[in-house]
Design a protein around this ligand. Structure first.
Ligand code: NAD
Ligand code: MG
Length: 386
């Protein structure tokens, strides 16, 4: 494999820091050109001094002087602000842009990166939830690779290797069930943010951890899978698998099923995306069947966890619905994390926002960016009346 230059957007987050672990594992194969962060200046400075990228971006202006001072004389360019993200992904030498930003803020940089011919390693599932059709059209038009980092989608992608045009009957996205698996709505009425932030198998950023507890993460992943693999909603099933060893499965039209398995460790799907199509030897911990004598599966409880149903509804209704769903969810999750609304109120707020806004069937990218903003205003307004 030839050495690749990568840009890591959201370098200070859970995926970003694990991606840098992967880079440390393969210094001869991966080189960092760009690192970006929203606000964590200290960590960004540390990363910059270690990986010596061409440029770093600190989104929030407050952090800029600190990063600028610390990197004075290093030869590393320091930028700030949202448009800088769109600039740096276009650098000539970059081969792959790993988008590990959280939320729909990741959409514009993905678009710019594709338009400048970069392959995308996508952790930022919200990009495909908000604008799946437009993004996949751009991928086609610019002939770039869209490499999934989300573990379920990486699993499906790996199961499809060598299958050419063989028709898929169904895919099964596995879900751990989160910290509240098996609980009922009465229990969920009073759960706290501390309880919701305790994921049984994965350590992740706060937003996706709450999404995992509410099953919205799986809903977003159903939508992500539709676009990545060109499937109809009824070809995508969710199955709860508490051990998080089977990362997802594909069933082909002949009934045969393939699964991809491994320990729950995001470094593996990140490595797969960054070194695709080569499999490079590493010393990450190995999965051993004898440590997991029982792998179990059960249906998802969409009566208790309504967000998964809301996501299917948005997908079936199409147009701008997934964009509205995502924006309302981002507001709901922040409000829950700020202890302004209850766990169950998140679904109510998302549903109410979707009801309030009229369906736009074939939105453009600019429409979606405006609808994202409008949905946030509507959701905040509804929240204040709750
Ligand atoms: P995180 O909160 O730990 O990190 C987010 C990163 O994005 C940080 O570097 C932060 O500085 C940056 N950021 C935040 N807001 C931003 C904004 N408005 N503009 C630009 N940058 C911003 O999140 P994470 O858990 O690493 O998740 C990142 C993405 O990857 C999410 O879309 C998530 O759904 C997806 N993902 C994460 C995991 C996981 O294990 N953490 C697994 C699968 C998919
Ligand atoms: Mg996932």
């Amino acid at each position: 494999m030839k050495k690749r230059n990568i840009a890591i957007l959201g370098a200070t987050g859970s995926i970003g820091t694990q991606a840098l672990d992967v880079v440390r594992t393969f210094p001869e194969l991966l080189e960092v050109s760009v690192l970006t962060a929203a606000s964590n200046a200290e960590l960004l400075i540390k990363q910059a001094l270690e990986f010596k990228p061409r440029a770093v971006v600190i989104l929030q202006d407050e952090g800029y002087p600190k990063v600028k001072d610390a990197l004075e004389g290093s030869g590393i360019l320091v930028l700030s602000g949202g448009t800088a993200l769109e600039e740096v992904v276009q650098y000539e030498e970059i081969d792959v842009v790993l988008n590990a930003i959280v939320g729909s803020a990741g959409l514009r940089p993905t678009v710019k990166a594709i338009q400048s011919g970069k392959d995308i390693a996508l952790a930022n599932k919200e990009t495909l939830v908000v604008a799946g059709q437009l993004i996949m059209d751009l991928v086609q038009q610019h002939q770039v690779a869209m490499l999934p980092v989300d573990s379920e989608h990486s699993a499906i992608f790996q199961c499809l290797a060598g299958e050419g045009e063989n028709p898929i009957e169904k895919i099964y996205l596995t879900a751990s069930g989160g910290p509240f698996r098996g609980k009922d709505r009465a229990f969920l009425t009073h759960v706290t943010k501390q309880q919701a932030l305790k994921h049984p198998n994965w350590v992740m950023g706060a937003k996706i951890t709450i999404d995992s507890a509410s099953l919205m993460n799986k809903g977003l992943e159903v939508i992500e899978a539709k676009w990545l693999f060109g499937l109809e909603p009824d070809q995508i099933d969710v199955i709860v698998h508490p051990q998080s060893i089977v990362h997802s499965m594909v069933q082909f039209k002949d009934g045969s099923m393939k699964a991809q398995m491994g320990l729950p460790d995001m470094k593996l799907p990140i490595q797969h995306a960054l070194t695709y199509p080569c499999r490079q030897e590493n010393s990450f911990e190995r999965f051993n069947f004898l440590n997991y004598p029982s792998l179990t599966f059960e249906p998802a409880d969409t009566h208790t966890f309504r967000n998964l149903d809301l996501a299917y509804r948005a997908l079936n209704d199409g147009g701008d619905r997934p964009c509205v769903l995502n924006a309302a969810n981002e507001i709901a999750v922040s409000a829950f994390l700020e202890e302004k609304i209850s766990f169950l109120a998140m679904s109510e707020l998302i549903e109410a926002t979707m009801c309030q806004l009229k369906l736009v069937e074939t939105p453009t990218l600019d429409d979606l960016l405006a609808i994202d903003q409008e949905s946030r205003i509507v959701a905040r307004d509804l929240m204040n009346k709750m």
